[in-house]
Design a protein around this ligand. Structure first.
Ligand code: UDX
Length: 442
């Protein structure tokens, strides 16, 4: 008997075949092709897949996630292509979830009469800031932002954020940034907003955001705890784990500025001096191209390699989650991207905050002032300040206090994604809302 026939004649097979024929519900994900956006949307895909949805990921030609064993059941579609018609099976597409910066996706979803959902890869507070900034008097705001004395003042209604903590961009003029923000926060025809955050982190920003937006807001994070989905676009150098294995517990400062932030040569040298003078070992991710004057570290002054070789270890890209989980790591010097922030809190690691652009400034301020897990390094980077910050985190009593508060937050985050926790329930509510007939018109 052929396998085919054998299967057909099994008594319960009719039922199973019916089941197989049954239309599965499919969700289309539209990420921004950049590491900090791809990572959380793939985690969201995993979380939704575990709720029995089929997943299609729409990608551009650049920065594509490769279909690995972690995503063996996912359907990857590279545009240009017939986005929603090219499913090749009987699945019914129930909605399009797009990264907030891929806002043009809602027009495509409308074309096919599909509901669309905004996915924010930043914090609720950063979203709220964008929503506030989208409504400011542009002329007055431009004048205020040029006024040096205003920079340290609190921005009205966004305590504890100062003018200088607002998510302005290091990559372009404020006017064009405001235009982009008004597009990202305009949920328009979208039916809901999903945020990779939890109420224990940002309850008041979440509540305000819910008031501002016309559609339900679902805080379902941190997604990296709820649904791990390894999706590194760069090759991870695992040799740093062997190096970490040789270091004392909680002695190492891990330094990484994410996938986009840049650094000047003079800052790299000041950092190397400060780190070296702190007498603490350090693991430093220097992305090729992140120091614009140098391909990697070749063109840095000789003193740099001398200082680093004594106590440090440099890689081009690290397996960050594994590094943060390693018992030798005691602190994280970060640009405070939202993923790095969540990952660091999720592992109970206090941070040195040196934001570069956009929402990172909001996160840094919250780390220092709201969650009290971080030390922010502001202004010119000088070796003495670097040394002091590293010691505060890794040696002083203050660091132990910060560690206590971050461990407390870590436990709250873990509870929020467990059954009965706020983020877990929020994900269930989102999934249930997809079943309602009027989801599209909420
Ligand atoms: C950017 C913004 O900074 C961020 O706030 C926004 O939400 C998304 O876009 P990015 O600058 O790359 O992202 O920072 P971050 O959000 O921290 O994401 C970086 C990701 O790369 C993290 O998940 C981190 O684990 C990973 N990473 C970083 C590595 O795997 N290895 C590394 O060596 C460095």
């Amino acid at each position: 008997m052929s396998l085919d026939l054998y299967i057909r004649f099994r008594p319960d097979q009719g039922e199973r075949m019916e089941e197989e024929k049954r239309v599965k519900r499919r969700i289309v994900l539209v990420p921004v092709p950049a590491q900090g956006h791809v990572t959380p949307i793939m985690q969201l895909g995993k979380a939704l897949h575990s709720k029995d949805f089929s997943i299609t990921v729409v990608q551009t030609q650049y920065n594509r996630v490769t279909s690995s064993k972690d995503f063996s059941d996912f359907h990857f579609l590279t545009i240009p292509g017939q986005l929603l018609k090219e499913q090749g099976d009987h699945d019914e597409v129930v909605c399009v979830v797009y990264d907030e910066y891929m806002h043009f996706s809602k027009a495509a979803a409308m074309e096919f009469q599909l509901p669309s959902v905004v996915f924010s890869t930043t914090s609720a507070t950063a979203f709220l800031c964008r929503s506030v900034l989208a409504k400011v008097n542009v002329e007055k705001f431009l004048i205020d932002m040029k006024d040096v004395e205003m920079q340290d003042k609190l921005f009205p209604g966004l305590h504890p954020l100062r003018y200088k903590d607002l998510p302005t961009s290091a990559f372009g003029p404020i006017e064009s940034m405001l235009r982009v923000y008004s597009k990202t926060v305009n949920t328009g025809t979208a039916s809901a907003v999903i945020i990779n955050s939890a109420s224990c982190l940002e309850s008041s920003s979440l509540a305000r955001l819910q008031q501002e937006l016309q559609v339900p807001v679902y805080p379902i994070g941190p997604l990296h705890i709820a649904a791990s989905a390894p999706s590194s676009l760069l090759e991870e150098d695992r040799s740093c784990i062997e190096w970490l294995n040789m270091q004392k517990p909680r002695s190492v400062m891990y330094i990484s500025l994410g996938s986009l932030a840049l650094m000047e040569t003079k800052d790299a040298v000041e950092m190397a001096w400060g780190l070296s003078n702190s007498n603490q070992p350090f693991l430093w991710v220097i992305r090729p191209g992140s120091i614009p004057s140098s391909e990697w570290t070749e063109s840095l002054p000789e003193e740099f390699s001398k200082l680093v070789s004594e106590r440090g270890y440099i890689v081009k890209w690290a397996p960050q989650m594994e590094v943060l989980r390693h018992p030798a790591v005691g602190g994280f010097w970060s640009h405070c991207g939202w993923n790095s922030t969540l990952e660091s809190i999720g592992e109970g690691i206090p941070m040195i905050c040196r934001p570069f652009t956009g929402d990172q400034k909001v996160n840094a301020r919250y780390l220092e002032r709201a969650w009290r897990n971080g030390v922010q390094l502001e202004g010119e980077l000088e070796k003495e300040a670097v040394e002091r910050a590293v010691k505060r985190l890794l040696v002083d009593e203050e660091g132990a206090e910060m560690r206590k508060s971050v461990v407390d937050l870590k436990e709250k985050l873990e509870a929020s994604v467990r059954s009965g926790g706020s983020s877990c329930s929020s994900l269930d509510n989102f999934v249930n809302s997809l079943k309602t007939k009027n989801f599209m018109h909420q």
